[in-house]
Write a protein that binds this ligand. Structure first.
Ligand code: SF4
Length: 218
């Protein structure tokens, strides 16, 4: 599946960082913030919220931590459910300062499973968000499972309908080389596949996985 997708779509160059980030640490923060903001909204809305954060000088961990939650909510309004997301971003910043010296690259150190568990205790950070931050912001080898991946795997009979996040992730961890670059690319390719072909109503004709056994109604 991975080879076919890569052959058809080519490298996706994820994560889609904006042109606003001026250095690697700002880019890392933008990725982590984007991983929280993207919950239940389109990427277009996330981009607008991120641009507003840059304009307000908020793509900085110390400033983000100092900003009152209500004011932050107003800035990220374009992302939708902005009060909820402001609370989550503030909780993430508190965690970062309490456990990682306010530095995102601190998430790159220590045993991956332990760091991931720690992140999962933060308000509003579930497995998909935690894995997106760990993989895309600090390059740790943990696969990001999203609704697209779940749908593709289900339609091809590779997972049962009720497979858990952990079960699906294990499948990717076992099937692919355990390299961040591969996980990065594979997740991005699945997003592209989900947008182009494996939509709610599947468009199997011309899909790169068309020749693999599948049931588009699954
Ligand atoms: S062949 Fe059909 S079911 Fe399989 S990934 Fe493509 S669109 Fe989805």
């Amino acid at each position: 599946m991975y080879r076919e997708l890569l052959k058809s779509f080519g490298p996706q160059h994820w994560w889609p960082v904006s042109h606003h980030a001026r250095n690697p640490s700002q880019a890392r923060l933008e990725i982590a913030v984007g991983a929280v903001l993207t919950q239940n909204t389109s990427w277009k809305n996330v981009e607008r919220a991120i641009a507003a954060m840059f304009a307000a000088g908020l793509m900085d961990a110390a400033k983000l931590r100092a900003m009152p939650e209500g004011n932050l909510a107003e800035v990220i309004r374009p992302a939708g459910t902005f009060r909820v997301k402001a609370k989550r971003l503030k909780a993430f910043m508190e965690y970062l300062w309490a456990h990682r010296g306010g530095r995102l690259d601190g998430l790159g150190a220590g045993e991956l499973a332990a760091v991931r568990e720690e992140l999962l205790t933060v308000h509003g950070i579930g497995p998909e968000t935690a894995d997106a931050i760990l993989l895309y912001a600090v390059g740790r080898p943990t696969f990001v499972v999203d609704a697209y991946a779940r749908r593709v795997l289900r339609r091809h009979g590779w997972i049962p309908t009720k497979a858990t996040y952990g079960e699906i992730q294990r499948l990717f961890h076992q099937a692919l080389p355990q390299e961040p670059q591969v996980y990065n690319e594979c997740h991005a390719l699945l997003v592209e596949l989900g947008k182009r072909h494996c939509r709610t109503r599947a468009r199997c004709a011309g899909c790169p996985l068309e020749n693999l056994p599948h049931d588009e109604r699954a």
